[in-house]
Ligand binder design. Structure first.
Ligand SMILES: Cc1cc2nc3c(=O)[nH]c(=O)nc-3n(C[C@H](O)[C@H](O)[C@H](O)COP(=O)(O)O)c2cc1C
Length: 212
């Protein structure tokens, strides 16, 4: 069943709020397993400190790699040298994830605290990174650095064999977000609906409708 149909079915039940948390996390888990799912790719927002010591938002697309329904965590992979990692360090890991795919009309916002991991869990994740994708972690220079040339630098220059690709592990990080709250909004044809979920510790969940 598609994402929209699953929420339509839930909304047609007697007490939809009872199933809201479960369906959101099941859907995220499905998103983490396949690139055809509406929630397989999200936007990750961090907080950037500017030169004059003020703050501005900073967002980018990332692939949802893993989702733990029990611990309520979501993962993505990145290069430790990327700006977002520095932003996470300076902001105590404050992030917002946003998922939206136009055909579903369902927006999901997740707020939480992200931790940059470089331990055995990152080793295991690195093993799963396809050879061609490892090129993302093999730049000699810092990602985002300005390059003065007529033609753009390109990751195809870094397509290497399996053993050479292992050098990318040094730059690779697994970033895990502990989700603290969720804002779900569905622009349903029959009328918009919105719900809020807050996780107080690992066990209890506060779920309520919000005015859409
Ligand atoms: C479809 C798509 C998927 C992407 N997935 C990731 C990802 O999983 N991890 C990542 O670090 N960057 C990913 N990127 C690149 C980021 O959007 C971003 O450009 C890059 O990480 C630099 O971001 P930063 O300078 O804010 O750190 C993806 C980009 C696109 C277009």
């Amino acid at each position: 069943m598609g994402l929209q149909a699953a929420f339509d079915l839930l909304l047609s039940s007697e007490a939809p709020l009872d199933g809201m948390d479960g369906l959101i996390w099941q859907s995220l888990a499905a998103g983490a397993t396949g690139n055809k799912h509406p929630w397989s790719i999200g936007c990750l927002m961090t907080i950037r400190k500017t030169g004059d010591d003020s703050f501005c938002p900073s967002g980018r697309t990332v692939v949802l790699r893993r989702c733990d329904l029990v611990a309520r965590t979501v993962d993505f992979y990145t290069d430790v040298r990327s700006a977002k990692v520095n932003e996470l360090e300076l902001s105590g890991g404050a992030v917002c994830w946003l998922f939206y795919e136009p055909s579903t009309k369902i927006q999901l916002r997740l707020q939480g605290i992200a931790t940059v991991l470089n331990d055995k869990r990152a080793d295991a994740a690195w093993e799963s990174v396809a050879l061609q994708s490892r090129s993302a972690y093999l730049s000699g220079d810092t990602p985002g650095k300005q390059v003065l040339s007529l033609q753009p630098p390109c990751t195809a220059d870094r397509f290497v064999g399996q053993s050479e690709s292992e050098a990318g592990r040094e730059n690779f990080r697994l970033v895990r977000t502990q989700i603290q709250s969720v804002d779900w909004l569905y622009l349903r044809q029959g009328g918009h609906v919105r719900a809020s979920l807050a996780y107080d510790g690992k066990e209890s969940t506060e779920v309520s409708w919000l005015v859409p």
